[in-house]
Design a protein around this ligand. Sequence first.
Ligand code: BTN
Length: 258
Amino acid sequence: MQNNIFLTLFVGQSLVKLSSVNSTNTYLKNQLSNSTPPAEGTVIMADHQFAGRGQQGNSWDSEAGKNLTFSILFFPDFLKISQQFLLNIAVSLGINDCLARIIGKQCKIKWPNDIYYQEQKLGGILIENGLSGANLKWSIVGIGLNVNQQNFNGNNGRASSISKILHQNYELPELLGQLCKDIERRYLQLKAGNQELLKAEYQERLFGLNQKRYFKVANQQVEGEILGVDNDGCLLLSQNGKLAKYALKEIAFIFDEQ
Ligand code: BTN
């Protein structure tokens, strides 16, 4: 563990840097069963993950030493299980706050919590929760962000990085510090009960908002206008003038070939 100079109250105040690990989320989850569990805000980061995990059972591949792959521990026991999407909202907004300063407002949040620039994915978030009764007990927020990687194979041309956008490399420790500060700010807003503000800002920054887009639903291509997200974190579309709502496993965006 290392002391660091992050300008935060708790996120990243305890920072563990690993050169190689299966997955920072898995590593942090294993630490929770230690006799002295890690403090809230502990960050585990790795130069290389050899079994990085993404959403919906996908893998997360990231070139060693080029990108940020890290996990943050929170204890959001003030959230009911039914409110868990609010944490996705807070974290997505924190990342978006930070990246919008660096690459501009074309940085959007693609539902539910991918980070996009134009039509390309820059990063993703994998949140894993532990429960106690009707509330959350702990959350491991895993973040993968493409920073200095130039070549992406097997992503259908749909992945990009900060350096591809800026045409220059970005300092990883500097970016990690900024992200921790922005995520902490949004987490504290959530804890203070500013849910409506967070939901409104998430909606404003939603990729494709008020646009007609194509989706895959039950193996069929459908067209719908993105209206927003409901309290359960479902995507709301207008389809042929009717309101339709979809959970994550029910719908996928269809993109043009690149
Ligand atoms: C996704 O878009 O599918 C989510 C990707 C999340 C990747 C990060 S990298 C750090 C943390 N450790 C993991 O194994 N996954 C998350």
